[in-house]
Design a protein around this ligand. Structure first.
Ligand code: LLP
Length: 423
């Protein structure tokens, strides 16, 4: 079901988010503004949950860390996959039970580990020997054992964008496959550690099943070896990575993925955790923006909008393609235009040579599938306050993160005395 669809309204045919017209949201909250559908978030969580069966679903907070989004998914039953002390705070503040929080990441600091130990999270996915030692000493000092899964690097190419591939030998993530067995045994002998499983995550936006099947197969191999050597492996964290359809490409079938996950759990007789981010949040959000002006240069038409690469970095960083819709399409054919932001970089192109109905100053556009890795990756480059965020729920809509105002933006800086001459 599409939670964003065109409907007839008093002002003509236009795009809605659930039962709220996007033009109304633009009036209320201004533009640029991310708009999330809570029904889409919950609907996607439920569909994923049904497909994978009995597994702990830890929503990957990095995809969208807004407290309202985390709470919405938490209410549907999600736990949280976190990668920093900040994400830990967000997950807890959004009401996620510590017993449903797993902590991944190559650079956990001692302070972050302390915070997570204080909170009593479900598991640390440990990615290096050094990290294991530090965690062991911090946990032992407080007389507890930290639950640990080793994140292994299965050396599998996820066949996704180079910058979001994480399971190849050259990537910084995980523990070298051939050393994982020895390290597992080492961990099991440490006072502050309770080794209880293995974890993998080979990349994001995967669109075929094969890399998942290969990676789960390698994980199974390691799991069996460890058990033969007398180790206990009760938890398997199969990571996230399930891709979505940005440009109408065939997405990896959720049910085939679910069947593979269930088979893996059954064959290895282990409790499963999954860490989906993009699949939950991506299609549940769009970025609403307004055309500032249209400019013709030679035979190129530039539609300059009030969102930019500081609000949605994916096109500039990965060459990512996002569908763009006119909120109230004008009649007539489509013509190719470049949709660009105001940032002073030639790379600030949201869509190049995109066929769009005529767009004029003041018109609204919606950049689709922006609910994951959109707002979280925004910055204030060019001193542009990052976009606001809103959530709809049926006919209700609420601002869930206001756009920063200039005073707040400037108040983060301070000028030393020696520059103001006041010392
Ligand atoms: N677990 C771990 C350990 C991860 O590193 C990630 C994503 C996930 C789970 C969630 O993966 P997902 O289900 O969302 O694919 N900024 C990039 C994506 C970076 C993904 C990083 N790790 C983008 O905009 O495409």
């Amino acid at each position: 079901m599409d939670y964003f669809s065109y409907r007839e309204s008093a002002g003509g045919r236009q795009l809605f988010a659930e039962d709220v017209a996007l033009s109304e949201l633009a009036e209320r909250f201004g533009t640029p503004c991310y708009v999330y559908s809570s029904a889409a978030l919950v609907g996607r969580f439920d569909a994923f949950s049904r497909a994978v069966g009995d597994a702990l679903l830890c929503y990957s907070v990095k995809a969208n860390d807004n407290l309202a989004v985390i709470r919405c998914l938490g209410g549907a039953g999600a736990g949280a996959d976190i990668v920093s002390g900040g994400e830990l705070r967000r997950a807890l503040a959004a009401g996620i039970a510590p017993a449903k929080i797993v902590f991944a990441g190559v650079g956990k600091t001692g302070d972050e580990m302390d915070d997570a130990l204080d909170a009593g999270i479900a598991r640390f996915n440990v990615e290096s020997e050094d990290e294991l030692q530090l965690l062991a000493s911090l946990a032992a000092a407080r007389g507890v054992r930290a639950p640990v899964a080793l994140r292994v690097n299965p050396d599998i190419d996820a066949k996704t964008h180079d910058k979001i591939s994480t399971g190849r030998a050259q990537d910084k993530f995980g523990i070298e496959f051939d050393r994982a067995g020895a390290l597992y045994a080492r961990g099991a002998g440490l006072d502050g550690i309770a080794m209880d499983g293995l974890a993998i995550h080979i990349g994001s936006q995967l669109t075929s099943l094969k890399p998942f099947a290969d990676a789960f197969g390698r994980l199974g191999e390691l799991c069996r070896n460890l058990r033969q050597n007398g180790q206990t492996v009760s938890q398997l964290d199969l990571g996230g990575g399930l891709g979505i359809s940005y440009a109408g490409e065939t997405p990896l079938d959720l049910h085939q993925y679910g069947a593979l996950v269930q088979r893996t759990g059954r064959e290895l007789e282990a409790a499963l955790t999954l860490e989906p981010g993009r699949w939950m949040a991506g299609p549940a959000g769009l970025l609403l923006a307004r055309v500032i002006r249209v400019k013709q240069n030679g035979n190129k038409q530039f539609v300059i909008v009030d969102m930019a690469m500081n609000d949605l970095l994916r096109p500039a960083l990965y060459g990512a393609w996002h569908d763009i819709q006119a909120v109230m399409p004008r009649p007539g054919g489509a013509a190719p235009v470049d949709i660009v932001g105001p940032v002073c970089e030639s790379g600030d192109v949201i869509a190049a040579e995109r066929g769009m109905p005529e767009l004029r100053a003041g018109d609204l556009i919606a950049v689709r599938d922006a609910g994951a890795y959109g707002a979280v990756m925004s910055s204030s480059y060019n001193s542009r306050p990052p976009a606001a965020e809103a959530m709809v729920h049926g006919t209700d809509a609420a601002l869930i993160r206001p756009r920063l105002d200039y005073d707040t933006l400037l108040a983060r800086d301070s000028v030393p005395d020696w520059l103001t001459g006041s010392h």
